[in-house]
Design a protein around this ligand. Structure first.
Ligand SMILES: Nc1nc2c(c(=O)[nH]1)N[C@H]1C(S)=C(S)[C@@H](COP(=O)(O)O)O[C@H]1N2
Ligand SMILES: [Mo]
Length: 256
């Protein structure tokens, strides 16, 4: 019988699962140090994503690039920008009316203006964006780490997911939205970006604020954010699968 890469991998994953279940920390650590095993896991299709994240470490950084690597063209993708009067007028004046609303299971609901977000500690990263359509592009992003927002609003214990509500709609009028869990919310490269390549975030790339979540594929990177909700479950939002594309069958965890 031909022992395929896939069955090898599944065996490895199941074995690792058993190790985890038996709480064998020593074995787990040596497994974590086994780079060959890790690269096998990382390249795997259909591997248990949660286990993959545990084994590779929750704070493992996505690759960062240099200024020379920045793409000369970065394809704007997805819905057209929200072309309402309010959006267009506010954009023309650099967002005096826009607020980032934070609500749901938090101790301190808040509304942040763009200058308020800009005055918080920031992170800058040059990263590669990978779209499921098969293209990639590298850009420099500056924004406020999501953890900075979380420190200020203080999610309550029942909060399990962070939901991003966007201003744009598709042809049928459905609003774009996305959700991530707390593991990714705490990842150091998960930022709310207001600058791209040293300039204010362009309208076609999601102005005034977009998510950069470097552990996952392009469709998780919500653009045109207006509200962030902390929730125990995303079941009751739209079709209940945790995102605009997820509602149409895409994976909720779009790990790279
Ligand atoms: N609000 C909103 N966010 C969105 C989308 C969208 O249509 N609306 N498209 C997603 C997809 S599929 C991709 S690849 C990226 C594209 O980001 P870009 O326009 O900066 O290339 O945004 C993601 N975020
Ligand atoms: Mo995409």
């Amino acid at each position: 019988m031909n022992l395929s890469r896939r069955s090898l991998l599944l065996g490895a994953v199941q074995g690792a699962g058993l190790l985890l279940l038996s709480g064998c920390e020593k074995a787990f650590n040596s497994l974590q140090q086994n780079r060959k095993f890790l690269s096998l896991l990382e390249s795997a299709e259909g591997a248990n994503q949660h286990l993959q994240r545990l084994l590779t470490g929750k704070n493992k950084l996505a690759q960062e690039f240099t200024e020379q690597d920045i793409s000369r063209y970065f394809k704007p993708n997805g819905n057209p920008p929200p072309i309402t009067m309010d959006y267009t007028a506010d954009a023309a004046k650099q967002w005096p009316a826009w607020r980032l609303e934070i609500s749901g299971s938090v101790k301190q609901p808040a509304r942040f203006s763009l200058p308020e977000l800009r005055s918080m500690p920031s992170r800058t990263q040059i990263t590669r964006h990978d779209c499921v359509e098969g293209w990639s592009a590298i850009a420099k992003w500056k924004g406020v780490p999501l953890t900075e927002i979380m420190q200020r609003v203080q999610p309550t214990p029942e909060a399990k997911y962070v939901v991003f509500h966007c201003m744009d709609t598709d042809d049928s009028g459905a609003h774009y939205y996305e959700s991530i869990d707390f593991l990714d919310a705490h990842h150091p490269q998960t930022i709310l970006a207001y600058e791209m390549n040293d300039r204010a975030l362009p309208i076609e790339h999601g102005a005034p604020l977009r998510l950069r979540i470097e552990t996952q594929l392009g469709y998780k990177h919500a653009k045109y954010i207006r509200k962030i909700d902390f929730v125990a479950s995303y079941e009751n939002i739209a079709a209940g699968k945790g995102g605009y594309w997820e509602d149409q069958g895409y994976e909720w965890y779009a790990g790279i």
